[in-house]
Design a protein around this ligand. Structure first.
Ligand SMILES: [Zn+2]
Ligand SMILES: [Zn+2]
Length: 694
């Protein structure tokens, strides 16, 4: 053992406490006859199974009677133990999100480091790390190095301010689309590399933002070998993920570019964390440990005393609020880095207009003019499929999923035949030949999705080359990249799609962005609806005119007076944020309050509600909970908007406090009692901290 010798807590032939990936709060103590430092992985018996776990402590006395103690079978020493700072991050996440430590630690590891099969059997060959080391890594991608461009004044100020500070500081880098955030990142990264530090750069989705990766690789090519620029995301094979993880731990990865899961990468020399598009909801994990990678990044930066940079054109209201109140440093990039100006955003009031398949005459003629001028057009509609529902004009019958309280969406499949699909449970059915209620054969699609828009545009502009980018058209691996490449090569005249088209792509020849049906998000039940709408429309608008020409954006709406649209036309994020924050403060909503959401699932809604009611009553039973609950509000259980999904009914209970420590203290006691109650009530439940959707 290195570096840990001589400490009493490292005594080898004693007890070890092991974190295991099981959904139970509790300590699992084992006897251990081998050296097993904290952070090392071990194979232990658990019930009738055997599992891989991680040693997290050396208790002086085991937490169970001596005769029940079992022994560690094997210590896995094919890679160094997880470091103390990594374990601190895991402990913080476990306590903040109220999950057993093992449910944080093990899922954060690459699969092959936690799967028993990888270490056993004839062909295990010394474990997955040894096997990986024997195989050469993939040849690094060839890039043409790009020289550093000259920074404008704002960029230079941002770089100097962030690099000039000592220790931890969270900075909100507020830069309009095209203001050159990437170049600021590149300079910050270079500065950290000069000090032999590792850099963690998080992005919402790598596959949709290849341009950022290419730009940074090219910019840093003269600084670091291509093999030191490593990517880590869930789309990688197990083997590639393991390789990225091990390179990070060995400090061979100098720049680690990853999605949210990369926040758990071991980085012994970590010196800078950058979160691009920090407002993006994909930083929040939506199952298992429902962590926010952005929030964990801020914690990790503070813990390690290193700078954290949050970049966005439309910051989350939480981060904006922190910047306003001085908790975060605020730096703005207000001018576009290239000569291009901001696009002109125009609202088309559709209240008195006759629309053709959702298009106003104004938008149709603007599309025609843009195509005539030889520029590309982007039509944005955040709804995939052909039409949201099929309906009977005679009796009003609508297609509904038999397993969910939701309409089924009409899709056009290959060879143009249609089918119905539920977007909640994924169930597919045939289109009925006639209305099952009244027998009318004339069933009609109601409303429109991207497929119908594409069909209409092709009929209206028969000469135009049209492509659609959404979750359906990009299901096959590499198809999104192919479609985007066609757009960049000028082989597409009109691109239509969902928010997938809005992320990260820089379209050189785009002259017009048309937005259809933006109002749907305006009146979403979620209080974050307007915030998301603003961010999304700002992002999609930013695709227009990023280079030489001035781009044009047309947003069709029936509510042109809404503050969110008015602020958009002025490119006025801070005006929007000020208005939205005032509303949040008046309503006592985040960031002026802290929330947790308990969701219960059962066959019957009544069962789920009963569990939630009893959970809410628990605070009265336990005096400690009662004390902690003084500053906490528990709302009445309510059914979810889509109450039934795949024949499971769901209800939720919102817990709220204006005081975060009070909420955390309450949850710490409350969460540990929920498991037993759920077993009694026969429900499944999730407790989510800082939920993004309510
Ligand atoms: Zn009918
Ligand atoms: Zn369904």
């Amino acid at each position: 053992m290195t570096g840990t010798q001589g400490k009493a807590s490292d005594c080898h032939d004693g007890w070890v406490r092991v974190a295991l990936d099981v959904p139970l709060f509790g300590d699992y103590d084992y006897a251990c006859a081998f050296p097993a430092p904290v952070g090392v992985r071990v194979i232990v018996p658990f019930g009738r199974r055997r599992m891989i776990g991680v040693v997290v402590a050396h208790p002086s006395q085991p937490g169970v009677p001596a005769h029940q103690i079992r022994s560690v079978e094997r210590v896995l020493d094919d890679m160094p133990p997880l470091s103390q700072d990594w374990l601190r991050l895991a402990r913080f996440a476990a306590s903040y999100y109220h999950r057993p430590l093992g449910e944080v630690i093990l899922p954060a590891l690459p699969v092959s480091l936690r799967r028993l099969g990888a270490y056993e059997g004839k062909r295990s060959g010394g474990g997955p790390v040894a096997r990986m080391d024997k195989r050469p890594g993939p040849a690094p991608e060839n890039v043409t190095p790009v020289a550093a461009p000259i920074l404008n004044e704002e960029q230079e100020h941002a770089v100097a301010t962030i690099c000039g500070a000592q220790g931890h500081q969270t900075t909100l880098l507020h830069g309009v689309t095209g203001s050159g955030k990437t170049e600021v990142y590149a300079n910050l990264i270079e500065h950290a590399l000069e000090q032999d530090k590792q850099i963690l750069l998080l992005v919402p989705e790598i596959n949709l933002t290849p341009q950022l990766e290419h730009a940074l690789r090219a910019r840093l090519a003269h600084r670091i070998p291509a093999s030191s620029f490593v990517v880590l995301h869930s789309g990688l094979s197990d083997g590639k993920r393991l390789r990225a993880w091990v390179k990070a731990q060995r400090s061979e990865a100098q720049v680690l570019l990853g999605t949210r899961l990369a926040i758990f990468a071991p980085l012994p020399q970590l010196g800078l964390i950058i979160i691009d598009e920090e407002h993006d909801t994909s930083y929040k994990q939506q199952d298992g440990l429902r962590y926010s990678a952005r929030d964990l990044a801020v914690w990790r930066g503070r813990d390690l005393d290193v700078p954290v940079v949050l970049g966005s054109a439309t910051p989350s209201l939480e981060s904006w609020h922190h910047a306003q109140t001085g908790r975060y440093q605020y730096l703005a990039l207000a001018q576009r880095a290239t000569s291009a100006t901001l696009p002109h955003i125009q609202l088309v009031d559709t209240r008195r207009l006759k629309l053709e398949q959702g298009f106003s005459p104004q938008l149709l003629s603007a599309i025609a003019e843009t195509l005539d001028a030889g520029h590309q057009v982007l039509v944005f509609l955040n709804r995939r499929g052909y039409a949201p529902v099929l309906h009977c004009g005679s009796c009003g019958w609508l297609t509904q999923c038999v397993r969910c309280t939701a309409y089924t969406v009409l899709h056009r499949g290959p060879r143009r035949h249609h089918y119905l699909q539920c977007h909640h449970c994924g169930d597919r059915t045939r289109v009925p030949p006639a209305c099952p209620e009244c027998g009318d054969m004339d069933l009609k699609p109601m409303g429109r999705g991207t497929q119908r828009i594409e069909e209409f545009l092709q009929a209206y502009f028969p000469q135009a080359r049209i492509a659609r980018i959404d979750a359906d058209s990009t299901r096959l691996k590499g198809s999104a990249q192919r479609l985007f490449a066609q757009v960049h090569a000028g082989e597409i005249d009109i691109l239509t799609g969902t928010q997938m088209v809005a992320k990260g792509h820089d379209f050189v020849n785009l002259g017009l962005v048309g937005v259809i049906n933006a109002d749907a998000m305006l009146f979403a039940q979620d209080f974050r609806g307007p915030e998301r709408l603003f961010a999304q429309l700002m992002q999609v608008s930013g695709r227009a005119g990023r280079h030489t020409q001035t781009g044009q954006v047309m947003i069709q709406t029936e509510y042109p007076d809404q503050p969110v649209y008015q602020a958009l036309c002025r490119h006025d994020y801070s005006g929007f944020a000020q208005h939205a924050l005032a509303e949040r403060e008046a309503a006592g909503l985040p960031p002026y309050a802290w929330q947790a959401l308990l969701v219960a699932e059962a066959r019957e809604l009544a069962t789920a509600v009963n569990f939630l009611e009893r959970a809410a009553a628990l605070e009265q039973l336990n005096p400690h909970t009662c004390e902690a609950a003084v500053h906490v509000t528990l709302y009445d259980p309510v059914a979810l908007r889509v109450v039934r999904v795949a024949n499971i009914e769901r209800a939720q209970l919102l817990v709220e406090s204006s005081h975060r420590p009070a909420l955390q203290a309450f949850l710490a006691i409350w969460a540990s009692t929920l498991g037993e109650l759920a077993r009694q009530c026969r429900v499944r439940y999730t407790l989510e901290i800082d939920p993004l959707e309510i």
